[in-house]
Design a protein around this ligand. Sequence first.
Ligand SMILES: Cc1cc2nc3c(=O)[nH]c(=O)nc-3n(C[C@H](O)[C@H](O)[C@H](O)COP(=O)(O)OP(=O)(O)OC[C@H]3O[C@@H](n4cnc5c(N)ncnc54)[C@H](O)[C@@H]3O)c2cc1C
Length: 214
Amino acid sequence: MSIEFPSFSNVFWLDAAQPLHEYPALDGPLSVDVAIIGGGMAGLHCAWYLRNRGLRVALFEGSRIGTQATGRSTAKITSQHGLCYQTITQKFGADHAALHAHHNQMAVQHIRQIAQSIGPAAAHEVRDAYVYATTDEEVEQLEREAAAARQAGIKAEIVDQVPLPLKALGALRFPAQGQFDPFGYLQGLADLISEKIQIFEESRKRCRAHTLAG
Ligand SMILES: Cc1cc2nc3c(=O)[nH]c(=O)nc-3n(C[C@H](O)[C@H](O)[C@H](O)COP(=O)(O)OP(=O)(O)OC[C@H]3O[C@@H](n4cnc5c(N)ncnc54)[C@H](O)[C@@H]3O)c2cc1C
């Protein structure tokens, strides 16, 4: 299934962006140890963690770095994903919920550290994350989620008020999460890794043709 994304002009992060850093398209054979396909959050982080491993690594982006799902996201970096801790605990057990919480918290920390290396372009801020309730039934759900999240190791707490201009009966707060400029972050990350890793843009078809050719 292909997804049609809106044009740049409908996306806050892309509209607010500085002129894009351009990378060349692949124009011939290239031999590498690791080929990373995609210049979004997943691909650029793979590149970041591989950059000092003594491998020849190249990253191939079919469009432009950061302009797809990541550059069009809501820009939160959180361990909180709706009411996921109840669901994971019920389906897979408390151990898996704790594992999920631990790795999510580690990712929040790692992204914060990488954002510090990038600097102002990442526009990273430490912020609390909230899921809020507008009915009594939802408040009960939040209380169950708070218990599951705490059991998983998150310092989750129920609060009466949300610092947002909306009417809520209560909210579940996860402290010290993050928000950033996802497009600025990925552009900055690409900039940092480009010293050690070759980056190609507009290289979807060429990349596929080379793969098929073996
Ligand atoms: C509306 C929305 C809001 C979201 N908000 C959040 C949020 O606030 N916080 C959060 O954590 N998550 C959020 N998510 C989820 C999050 O955006 C994604 O999990 C994450 O950004 C995806 O990163 P990615 O690298 O997998 O994908 P992308 O950022 O889309 O990167 C994949 C890249 O691969 C390239 N590509 C694909 N196929 C090929 C190919 N064959 N050859 C070369 N290149 C290729 C694409 O062009 C693209 O640039 C949101 C998602 C949506 C849809």
